[in-house]
Design a protein around this ligand. Structure first.
Ligand code: AMP
Length: 516
């Protein structure tokens, strides 16, 4: 009906042809419509390169290579580099360029090795008192600063944000055109959640220099205020894909000026279904930009994304850091009945010491609300975090928890990644997460920045699918494996074998082609 209506209004000449279930179908006859010929897709496709060139014509050139290797870095022998990588979370690097491979640059072992010529950056680093680059920073900086696209397989807590931000600042302030001539932001960071975007923004404001201005754009936040900030002129946009796409479609933001792009936590963005928005956003970002992508995992979807949006990248895997880092987290697993969980949680909360800070992870949003209000009724101050809460309340909850106004946060997996609160002493897994990866993310919220932490996990018969993977993680971190968990894993294995055998019996045996 809408199409009919639009066609009638635009005065096109249509003829009726064919019927379906008694309804007449309309078919467009381009020859009857001399004023408005149909879109010639074949010609558009043929001339794609020409139109692309027209779209990007007249843009200023991009400078990408700012790396001056220090004599100390250059003097590292291949053996030394290999040992360094092994000892630093077992870093593995690769060049994904097809054809002849390039040389992967040596890692930088000190900040001076890489930022000696950037006194503003050095001053900021000294101010916060960091001792040395984290493994991902050591290996990523020389690659990004050479202008090479990078994929960093690393998780939150590894220092990945500064790994891409600091070279981004150098890139931004060293372009041949000034900010005014650029006509829009020069750097874009796409992040999956508002929480992560705000955290990147905070990191950005802390380390930015030379008046670099950044803005955070996320769904649920004050749209008008964000538009005002963007249109005033900013250098860095940190955004969740949905809201940025909204501003892009409404012409509030010019993305053509972006020369440095970051896709942060790409796996999470895909999990959250942001691929279409990312695709639409990147249509307007010049293809000769520099791109960095981070991801905690490296599944097919992320590989596809990398292939589409990065050019000849290098990849740096920082071993399963959180898995390895669990030596700073004591993991206790209790195999219990569903009906015992509430009492155990209550006991845990009642025994908390004044300095303890805990995230209680729960599977469902309404269970979060239920638990939080129960504690509230008992006069125990808690905050809660899940996707159905209003943005303002979510930010308030995080702030209360960060600043210590409450010491208990009841949350869904929304809080399992990207949450950077240093003094969390405990993780209480009331419900086991959907998968083992999420478990690793959750327990990684504690034991951060050199501290130790405790993760207490309740497991019920319901979670038997993950028992064997959990055992593997506990064993790798030299933790106690409860014998009930081992029994559960064994029962699940037997169950699977039985299921397979039954399937085999029920399924009629297919004849192989040569038997036919
Ligand atoms: P990220 O993985 O980016 O979320 O970083 C986790 C935390 O590590 C943040 O609070 C950073 O400020 C901090 N951080 C980043 N780089 C370093 C470093 N070289 N040394 C110590 N802490 C760092």
């Amino acid at each position: 009906m809408l199409i009919d209506d639009a066609v009638t209004r635009s005065g096109q000449n249509y003829i009726r042809s064919g019927t379906e279930k008694g309804r007449t179908l309309d078919v467009v006859k381009p020859e009857n419509n001399p004023k408005k010929p149909g879109i010639n897709w074949a010609s558009l496709r043929e001339n794609r390169a020409k139109y692309e060139a027209m779209k990007w014509a007249g843009l200023p050139p991009i400078e990408k290579n700012f790396y001056k290797e220090s004599p100390r870095t250059a003097s590292m022998s291949p053996e030394e580099v290999e040992v360094w990588r092994k000892e630093n979370n077992n870093i593995v690097c690769d060049d994904l360029k097809e054809g002849e491979k390039r040389c992967i640059p040596n890692p930088v072992c000190t900040f001076e090795d890489v930022f000696e010529h950037y006194p503003d950056i050095m001053a900021n680093i000294r101010k916060v008192g960091f001792q040395k680059p984290t493994p991902i920073q050591s290996q990523a900086w020389p690659i990004i600063l050479q202008g090479i696209d990078l994929i960093g397989i690393a998780q939150t807590g590894t220092g990945k944000t500064l790994a891409y931000l600091l070279p981004g600042f150098i890139h931004l302030t060293s372009q041949p055109v000034s900010q005014n001539e650029r006509g829009g932001p020069g750097m874009l960071v796409l992040a999956p959640t508002r929480e992560l975007a705000l955290q990147v923004e905070a990191e950005c404001s802390k380390y930015a220099y030379k008046g670099i201005k950044s803005v955070c754009i996320y769904g649920g936040g004050d749209r008008k205020g964000q538009i005002n900030l963007v249109t005033k002129g900013v250098d860095i946009v940190i955004a969740t894909p949905g809201r940025l796409n909204d501003l892009q479609m409404n012409n509030f933001i010019n993305l053509k000026s972006i020369t440095y792009l970051v896709l942060d936590e790409a796996d999470r963005m895909l999990d959250m279904g942001f691929e279409p928005q990312i695709m639409k956003i990147l249509i307007d970002v010049r293809p000769d930009r520099q791109t960095t992508m981070t991801s905690a995992t490296w599944p097919d979807g992320v590989r596809r994304l990398a292939k589409s949006y990065l050019k000849n990248p290098m990849i740096v895997y920082v071993g399963t850091l959180d898995l390895a880092a669990v030596n700073t987290v004591e993991q206790k697993v209790l195999v219990v009945l569903e009906g015992e969980k509430r009492a155990l949680m209550q006991h845990f909360v009642d025994s908390m010491k004044p300095k303890d800070k805990v995230i209680i992870f729960v599977g469902k949003k309404n269970t979060v609300d239920d638990i939080a209000s129960n504690f509230g009724l008992q006069g125990i101050p808690v905050q809660s975090l899940h996707g159905n809460r209003e943005q303002y309340d979510r930010e308030q909850a995080l702030d209360d928890f960060k600043k210590g106004r409450v010491r208990i946060l009841v949350a869904t997996d929304l809080a399992s990644r990207g949450l950077d609160v240093h003094d969390i002493t405990h993780i209480f897994n009331f419900d086991f997460p959907r998968n083992i990866e999420e478990y690793v993310h959750r327990i990684g919220r504690t034991g951060r920045a050199g501290r130790t932490g405790v993760a207490l996990t309740l497991v019920t018969e319901h979670d038997w699918r993950v028992a064997s993977e959990l055992i593997e993680i506990l064993e790798r971190a030299n933790q106690v494996v409860p014998h009930q968990l081992v029994a559960m894993a064994e029962r699940y294995k037997q169950f699977q074998i039985r299921k397979e055998t039954e399937k085999g019996v029920r399924r009629p045996q297919r004849k192989s082609p040569h038997q036919l």
